[in-house]
Design a protein around this ligand. Sequence first.
Ligand SMILES: *[C@@H]1O[C@H](CO)[C@@H](O)[C@H](O)[C@H]1NC(C)=O
Ligand SMILES: *[C@@H]1O[C@H](CO)[C@@H](O)[C@H](O)[C@H]1NC(C)=O
Ligand SMILES: *[C@@H]1O[C@H](CO)[C@@H](O)[C@H](O)[C@H]1NC(C)=O
Ligand SMILES: *[C@@H]1O[C@H](CO)[C@@H](O)[C@H](O)[C@H]1NC(C)=O
Length: 379
Amino acid sequence: MRSAILVGASIFGSAFAAAIPAALGSPSVYPALTDKSQLPAVFKLARGSLSNAPPPPQGALSADAITSLQFIEFNELFESAFFLSLLANVTNNVPGFQINDQDERNYVIDSITAIVAQEELHAINADNALRSQLAPTIQPCTYKYGTTSFVDAITFAALFTDVVLGTLQDVIQLLAISKDVGLTRGVAASLGQEGQQSGFFRLVENRNKIPSEQPFLTTSTRDFAFSALQQNVIVSCPNDSILKNKLKLYAPLNVLTTNIPAADQTLNFSIDINTIATSNVFKPASGSWSAYGKTFNAAYDWSQTSIVYINSQNLPVVVKPTNVKVAGTVISFSANFPQNTNLMNGLTLAALTHTAGPFPNASSVADATLFGPGLIEVN
Ligand SMILES: *[C@@H]1O[C@H](CO)[C@@H](O)[C@H](O)[C@H]1NC(C)=O
Ligand SMILES: *[C@@H]1O[C@H](CO)[C@@H](O)[C@H](O)[C@H]1NC(C)=O
Ligand SMILES: *[C@@H]1O[C@H](CO)[C@@H](O)[C@H](O)[C@H]1NC(C)=O
Ligand SMILES: *[C@@H]1O[C@H](CO)[C@@H](O)[C@H](O)[C@H]1NC(C)=O
C-alpha cells in the first residue's frame, strides 16, 4: 500500500461522502465526556473499552500525578480534535485530502476513525481519574492546525505523536518518583498504543520511512510538550491556567532550516524578544526580563546561551550558538547539529538554555530552558 496514496484531482462525487459517527462528537464537544450513554458506541469504534477496574480511592493520588493527568487530558483532547478534523477532511474529500485509491481511502478512514475514538478514551480515562480525586478536569480548547494536505497532516501527526511518546516516559518516571504506582501500567499501555499509531503515520506518509524509527524513542518532559502545544496548536483554552500554574511555558525557539537531512550540518534558529511575554519562565524586570536570576533583553550577549539537543535516551548534546545577529527584537543564530555523529534519528528536541550544563537528563535541560522546544525530525 506504500505507494498507493495519490492526492490530487477529485474523482469523488457526493456518493462517496460517508457520515462521521455521531458518537465521536465535534472538536469542541465530545458527548462521551459528559454523557456516559455514548460510551458503548465509542468503545465499538475504538475496538476496546476503558478499563473496568475501579478508579483509585479518593485521596490516593499525589498532587504531581494530578498534574500529569491534567496534562494528559489537555494533550489527548487536542489529539482527538486533530484526528477528527483529519477524518472529516478525508471523508468529505476536502481539496488536498482526497485519496484516489478506494481501498487505501477506506483503510485510512477505518484507521483514523479508530484513532479518534482511542484518543477520546485516553482523554476520558484521565478525566475519570481526575474526577475520582475531585480534582479539576480540563475542557476542550479551540485549536489551529496549519496543515492543508493529507501528507502534511500525517507528517505533523507523526511529529506530535513522537513528542507524546517522549512525554509519557516522563510521566511514568514522575509517577514512580511520587509512588503513584497504580497509574504506571495504564500510561505504559497508552504509550505503546501511540507507538502503533506512529508506525502507521510513518508508513502512510509515503516517504520511504520504516515504521520503527529508532531502538529507544526520544525522551521529552511535560514542560516541553505543554510549551509545544501552546505555541503550535492552541488558540484559546478555558482551563489552561491550571497547567500554566504548574508547568513551564517557554517562549518559542524557531528552527529556520527546513527539510533537515540525515547529516552533520549547521542549523539556523531564531527567537523573538516580543514572545517572552507569553512565557511563564521570565518575569518583567525594569525594561528587561529576568529568568533563573539573570537579566535578558535584545542587547544580552546571546552567544553565552547554549543550544541543547535531546535525542533517544542519550545524554543531551550541548553546542554554542554562532553567528548571532540582532534585528530589532529578533535574534537569529546558527548552531552545529551533529546528527550523523550521534545518529540522531527520529525526533530531536532543541532548547535554548541559559547554561552550558552539563545536563545529565532531559529534566535538567527543561529546568534551564529559556526558549524551546524546537522540533526536528530526521528519517
Ligand atoms: C482540514 O481542512 C481545513 C481546510 O483546508 C484545514 O484548515 C485544517 O487544518 C484541516 N485539518 C487537518 C487536521 O489538517
Ligand atoms: C474550566 O472551564 C470551564 C468552562 O469554561 C469552567 O466552567 C470551569 O470552571 C473551569 N475549571 C477551572 C478549574 O478553572
Ligand atoms: C543560515 O544563515 C546563514 C547566515 O545567516 C545563511 O547564509 C544561510 O544560508 C542559512 N542557511 C540555511 C539553511 O537557511
Ligand atoms: C536529573 O538530573 C538532576 C541533576 O541535574 C537530578 O537532580 C535529577 O534527579 C535527575 N532527574 C531524573 C528524573 O533523573
